[in-house]
Ligand binder design. Structure first.
Ligand code: ZN
Length: 406
């Protein structure tokens, strides 16, 4: 049993955040057992961890990030397809070397935890070995993660391309080996429609739906990409329809970007309860377009935030909250909502809001101890974190009740 005396800044809904001052959290193994005011707490003979001059928030969640691109952050091209061919695919080929893959994975997870991300949905590469190494390293460092081997069986450089059956079978093997092991999940990861055949996408879609597994991919990021999808899949009515036909839409599917949808595509997303990872920094960096935040919210779509490293330049989810605010020119996403997006909102995107996302009795204890003056209002605290301090405020990280070294 652990007892922490602290102040809790906690997202409750899109518009509401609560601030519980001078409370004691009781953590039993990995679960938050109780939260009471310190005056009501009977503290005799109990060792209390005193963080009363700090603020505790739930662990941050990143719903879209590429482990394999960690080393190429910031390499600039102003178009997605050009960027993929120039920097990304050559780097991903390097992870075919297991030593390099392990080195990148260790460095990536260490950095993820240092910025206060306790859960992430991760793309590796098309290498089964590199993906297996990523799982092993995530398991060692005790981070909560959804991890997937990228599937690509067409329009792909020789060092990354796979045979359709091999791509599918290796994904299923990894899923059987790692899904629900400890804090880990497998997520089926057809990279995006241009590099996947209809046959491969359908095999993945059908298997994942039948077995209630996660799926992640990219949708409607950039105009050149959309034109390419139209050319490659003339039978489909739209980009979203390509995925719909392959049975890839559903409540456990996380679509990244989703910038340029027409109304019919929006309907497909809504009716299937497909989730969205908005990646604002990446959209700025690759000049992909402006995410239609208000329109998607008004249509009741479930969305959260992803760093999309290395289309995005930083793993810091406070920075991503800031970028989400900056991305909207005529709509203000308030600080409470920005905070919600990277915590409880992202937990909903990952269908994990029953166990993580905020600090509630019964949930698992994924917590960040922040070095910030607690004598401030909710809005002052959130503004300072999002617009000024970012990751530098993160002092300690707990995942599933266990303090992790940062
Ligand atoms: Zn991405």
């Amino acid at each position: 049993m652990k007892y922490i005396k602290c102040n809790i800044l906690n997202p409750v809904s899109e518009k509401k955040c609560e601030y519980l001052k001078d409370v004691i959290i009781t953590i039993d193994n990995n679960i938050i057992k109780d939260i009471v005011s310190s005056q009501e707490f009977n503290s005799t003979k109990i060792e209390i961890i005193d963080k009363s001059d700090k603020v505790i928030i739930p662990g941050l969640i990143d719903t879209h990030v590429h482990l394999s691109q960690w080393r190429i952050r910031g390499r600039y091209k102003s178009d997605l397809l050009d960027w993929l061919n120039t920097y990304t695919f050559p780097e991903e080929e390097k992870l075919n070397n297991p030593d390099y893959a392990q080195n990148v994975a260790q460095d990536f997870f260490k950095n993820l935890i240092q910025v206060g991300t306790t859960t992430a949905s991760i793309y590796v590469t098309s290498s089964q070995k590199a993906t297996n190494i990523a799982f092993e390293e995530a398991d060692k460092i005790s981070i909560r993660a959804l991890i997937g081997k990228v599937c690509m069986d067409q329009n792909t450089p020789p060092g990354l391309i796979e045979n359709t059956d091999k791509s599918f079978n290796e994904s299923v093997e990894l899923c059987q080996q790692w899904d629900k092991k400890g804090l880990l999940n497998y997520v089926f990861t057809p990279r995006f429609a241009p590099v996947c055949s209809s046959n491969l996408m359908s095999k993945i879609g059908n298997y994942a739906q039948e077995n209630d597994k996660y799926i992640q991919t990219h949708l409607s990021e950039n105009h050149n990409e959309i034109a390419l999808v139209k050319k490659l899949f003339p039978e489909a009515k739209s980009y979203t329809d390509v995925y719909y036909r392959a049975n890839l839409l559903g409540p456990k599917t996380i679509m990244a970007h989703v910038i340029h949808l027409d109304d019919k595509e929006l309907e497909l997303m809504k009716n299937s309860n497909t989730k969205i990872a908005h990646c604002p920094d990446s959209n700025f960096f690759l000049k992909s377009g402006r995410f239609p935040y208000k329109k998607l919210i008004d249509n009741n779509l479930t969305l959260g935030l992803g760093s999309d490293v290395a289309g995005g330049t930083s793993l810091d989810m406070f920075y991503q909250m800031r970028m989400a605010n900056y991305m909207q020119l005529d709509y203000s996403i308030e600080v409470e909502e920005l905070f919600y997006l990277a915590t409880l909102g992202n937990a909903k995107v990952l269908s994990k809001d029953d166990i993580i996302g905020n600090i509630e009795i019964g949930k698992e204890a994924d917590l960040l101890v922040l070095n910030i003056n607690p004598q401030q209002t909710i809005q002052e605290l959130l503004s300072e974190l999002i617009f000024v301090r970012g990751k530098d405020a993160v002092e300690e990280v707990y995942i599933s009740g266990k303090k992790v070294t940062i």
